[in-house]
Design a binder for this molecule. Structure first.
Ligand SMILES: [Fe+2]
Ligand SMILES: [Fe+2]
Length: 398
């Protein structure tokens, strides 16, 4: 069986490997499995666990903890984040020691209550709070939405170790635990960011600001290798990927269009021309053959999203719903939107798309417009006015 691994004196990795995992959370493919990292920190007076592991791996986890201390003697569990891949063994820790203190954020306490359905001894932490284990001081940094509202980072002051839970992690199950013992895993590191962290770029910027000036010797994430020699690289990568979108130049409109018979496309051309005339830059995507990554990048730079769609079988086509589904996988620069389209025998799509955008917290900057079959000259005039109104609102929001 696998054994614990020393990180520094008094700190051991007591996590587990899950090399066979093919899809994480039934959502994201993992080419190289994953690990659930937990860390045991032993001070002169107290012993703390930083996170636990996924529940089916609890036995192996407690066996590793038991190499150093009786699991019933754990004084503190820091729950950096309550998702069950990290809190899965917390219930068993509490069973072994009902007096164990659970250090966590207020949001984590609420989540944990409903995950465990039992009472526990919570200590709610604020930014900068510390607990002294006896020569080993844990300091807490609130990092909400990295990637759940509950997330905190834990920093071991004397050793300069950062435990950021899911941030800076990778679904990658290496033979050895440290980055300098294995081949590079950049692709998995970046893919993990893209799947898990990308929707929260603004929150990453907030968290990075709080960590500025903090000496960090190692980054010890909750998945994948410990960054003993490349902690700064991981942090700098996040800073680069999460840089704030530029406000230089003209405001940008993203025009995403699907047109079965050319009528919605004709409307889009008039709208595009008017948006240009009003002083906006316009990027147009044909939803039938766009690359998801290009569209996602454009969403993060766009000041307004316009969707043009026909109504097909009393619905918007699947490509339109797919484009709408991608919104929650990124951090859109703005949440301003407008919808237009053509139809033949019924015209539900525009309203349905508006409802979806509203559900995604978008503000509709113009009433949607929809015309039957070939747009008339008057209809095109309405398209121009629609674009004018969109541009006006976007320019006023600048
Ligand atoms: Fe998570
Ligand atoms: Fe996780």
């Amino acid at each position: 069986m696998d054994t614990s691994v020393k990180v520094v004196d008094g700190v051991h990795w007591v996590g587990v490997r899950h090399p066979d995992l093919k899809v994480f959370d039934d959502l994201f493919p993992t080419r190289n499995g994953t690990t659930y990292n937990s860390y045991l920190v032993q001070g002169a007076e107290k012993t703390a666990l930083i996170d636990t592991v996924k529940e089916p791996f609890a036995e192996e986890f407690f066996s590793k903890v038991g190499e150093h201390v009786d699991p019933a003697k754990i004084d503190i569990v820091v729950v950096n984040h309550t998702e069950p891949d990290h809190s899965g063994a917390v219930a068993q820790v509490i069973e072994k020691n009902p007096n164990v203190q659970i250090y966590c954020s207020k949001a984590a306490e609420n989540f944990l209550k409903q995950l465990l359905n039992r009472s526990f001894n919570a200590v709610i932490v604020s930014d900068g709070d510390e607990v002294d284990l006896g020569g080993k001081t844990l300091r807490f940094i609130l990092a909400p939405y990295l990637h759940w509202p509950d997330t905190i980072f834990t920093y071991l002051v004397e050793e300069q170790l950062l435990f950021p839970c899911d941030a800076f992690g990778a679904h990658y199950c290496p033979d050895k635990l440290f980055d300098d013992e294995i081949n590079e895993f950049y692709t998995d590191f970046h893919f993990y960011f893209d799947c898990i962290v990308r929707p929260f770029k603004d929150k990453v910027r907030d968290a990075l600001k709080k960590c500025e000036g903090l000496p960090i010797r190692m980054v010890c994430p909750s998945h994948g290798p410990i960054r003993r020699s490349s902690g700064q690289f991981a942090i700098e990568s996040y800073a680069r990927w999460c840089a704030a979108p530029s406000n230089d130049g003209k405001p940008k409109a993203l025009l995403a269009v699907l047109s079965s018979h050319g009528n919605t496309r004709d409307m889009a051309k008039v709208i595009e021309t008017e948006l240009f005339a009003q002083g906006l830059d316009v990027t147009t995507f044909a939803l039938s053959d766009m690359r998801d990554d290009d569209y996602r990048d454009a969403l993060e730079q766009a000041d307004v999203l316009l969707i043009g769609s026909p109504t097909i079988q009393r619905d918007a086509p699947p490509q339109v719903w797919h484009a709408l589904a991608l919104i929650s996988s990124v951090t859109p620069k703005s949440r301003l939107g407008a919808v237009f389209g053509s139809f033949g025998w019924s015209g539900e799509a525009v309203k349905m798309i508006e409802q979806r955008l509203t559900g995604l917290k978008y503000k509709l900057v113009a009433d949607g417009i929809t015309f039957r079959f070939t747009p008339t000259t008057e209809n095109m005039d309405t398209c121009r006015k629609f674009a004018e109104q969109v541009a006006h609102t976007v320019l006023c929001e600048e």
